[in-house]
Design a protein around this ligand. Structure first.
Ligand code: PXG
Length: 454
């Protein structure tokens, strides 16, 4: 491609490209940042700035940038067989091998895979197939999904309805029928005087109350992210998920783990359900499955659910043109091979996570930080006006955005949700790079505080 001036590209972008989750008018005025290259934990923009990406793209580049092996595998597969479908009694070898590999990696008897292109489609798939699972067992009224307020499960009609983001529900007439929400486990905002573990039980029992209110014969499934990502890395107390599992079993409600962010090493284990000690019947995966090198998602089902779908489901009237795409599944296989063979997930848990936690807790001592929370390689700093109590700034979101912009000027990419600064670096980050991250974040916190006159 011929090189075009950054300014010209920005003008073209403003004229023709609608950006997700942006005020497009404001963005057009400001001009987008154009990223051009990545290596390890760093990306470079068109102006030559080198940035430490402490957010792994969008929670996804677990393997780090610039691994040529993935490109080579993609090129080989495209040359050999660029595409074939999984519809007409056909499939391709990478799709078969990836399904088997996922069954091996996934906990328990989550042995069955339905491929999609994204996490949103994985959740839509789950919504449809779980309802079908109950319907073919003569329980068509057992079709309600319970999710959580402020949960994030994607942007499709189903995904955004399962999620509990109010701003999203306002656009497009959501949620669709028969989806309900309970409050999330968010001790910082909601814990009151309860200690963490007590609060975890209280938060979990909201599910039981909701099931009893709706009637267990109406409730098909509960869906949750093991750690709630997009809303601000809400790490549940250890007591939360085991109690949720007990409640689901008691009322025969399927337990769905949305592992789109937590999967593939983010929480230190391969899956968040292993970190938080619960056994999902169904799980959604995407992002880290290919480390973001190519789009791919999947829904995974345990033997019970898949058994019914296979034996009694008849023809599954569901699927995407690219379900099980040979190039995407081949790249995923290579990504998983590297994560496993190079011990990247293992090293992230045993070496990096403890060090990152130590340094993150030290950031928690900053005068602007009310809470530093972290699990595995996923964390948040809650910025507050008064760190002697759990407090919030009046105009929520402004301080977070300010801190994010300052960090960026110092070469550090952190994400801000409301006034929480979010952390999710590539799993390959080294101790020296953790130190660099820490130093840059500290400077960003200082300058943010100064800008606020603190
Ligand atoms: N589930 C979870 C838990 C997610 O985090 C999805 C499903 C949807 O996946 P796709 O591949 O359809 O995007 C996600 C995606 C943010 C942000 O602002 C997070 C996501 C997507 C966009 C923005 O943190 N997560």
């Amino acid at each position: 491609m011929d090189r075009i001036e950054t300014r010209t590209l920005q003008d073209l972008d403003a004229a023709h490209h609608l950006h997700p989750f942006n005020d497009n008018a404001a963005l057009a005025k400001k001009g987008t940042r154009i990223l051009t290259r990545g290596e390890g934990v760093y990306v470079w923009d068109a102006e030559g700035h080198k940035l430490l990406d402490a957010f792994a793209g969008l929670w996804c580049v677990n393997l780090g940038y610039g691994r040529t092996e993935l490109g080579q595998v993609a090129a080989r597969q495209m040359t050999e067989l660029a595409y074939y479908n999984s519809f007409f009694q056909c499939t391709t070898e990478p799709a078969i091998r990836l399904a088997a590999k996922l069954a091996e990696l996934a906990p328990g008897d989550l042995n069955h895979v339905f491929f999609t292109n994204s996490g949103s489609e994985a959740n839509d798939t789950i919504l449809r197939l779980v309802r079908h699972f109950w319907a073919v067992q003569d329980q068509p009224r057992k079709n309600i999904f319970i999710g959580r307020h402020d949960g994030y499960h994607g942007t499709t009609m189903g995904g955004a309805s399962l999620g509990g983001m109010k701003g999203m529900h306002k656009q497009g007439g959501l949620p669709i029928p028969d989806i309900h929400h309970i409050d999330p486990p968010y001790w910082f905002g909601d814990g009151g005087e309860l200690d963490l573990e007590e609060y975890g039980l209280v938060a979990a029992r909201r599910l039981e109350d909701k099931i009893l209110e709706l009637g267990p014969e109406r409730v098909a499934a509960f869906i949750g992210e093991p750690i709630m990502g997009a809303i601000g890395v809400y790490i549940p107390p250890r007591s939360y998920w085991p109690e949720i599992e007990c409640i689901c079993r008691k009322y025969d409600v399927l337990l769905v783990a949305d592992e789109v962010i937590c999967g593939f090493g983010r929480t230190g284990e391969w899956f968040g359900s292993q970190t938080f000690d619960f056994r999902p019947d169904v799980m959604a995966i995407a992002k880290g499955i290919t480390s973001g090198y190519i789009p791919l998602g999947a829904a995974m089902f345990n033997d019970r659910v898949a058994g019914v779908l296979k034996q009694q489901g008849g023809e599954l009237a569901h699927g995407c043109t690219y379900s099980g795409h040979p190039v995407c599944t081949a790249v995923a296989l290579e990504n998983l091979r590297l994560l496993q063979d190079e011990g990247i997930v293992e090293r992230a848990r045993t070496e990096i996570a403890p060090y990152l936690a130590e340094r993150w807790q030290a950031l928690g001592e900053h005068r602007l930080v009310g809470e530093a929370r972290i699990a595995g390689l996923m964390g948040a700093l809650e910025l507050v006006p008064d760190r002697t109590k759990r407090s919030y700034f009046e105009d929520r979101g402004k301080v977070g955005a300010l801190c994010r912009d300052i960090a960026l000027r110092h070469g550090l990419i952190l994400r801000a949700t409301n006034d929480a600064m979010l952390l999710s670096p590539p799993l390959v980050i080294t101790r020296a790079q953790v130190d660099e991250l820490f130093e840059k974040a500290w400077v960003a916190l200082n300058e943010t505080a100064e800008a606020l006159g603190k």
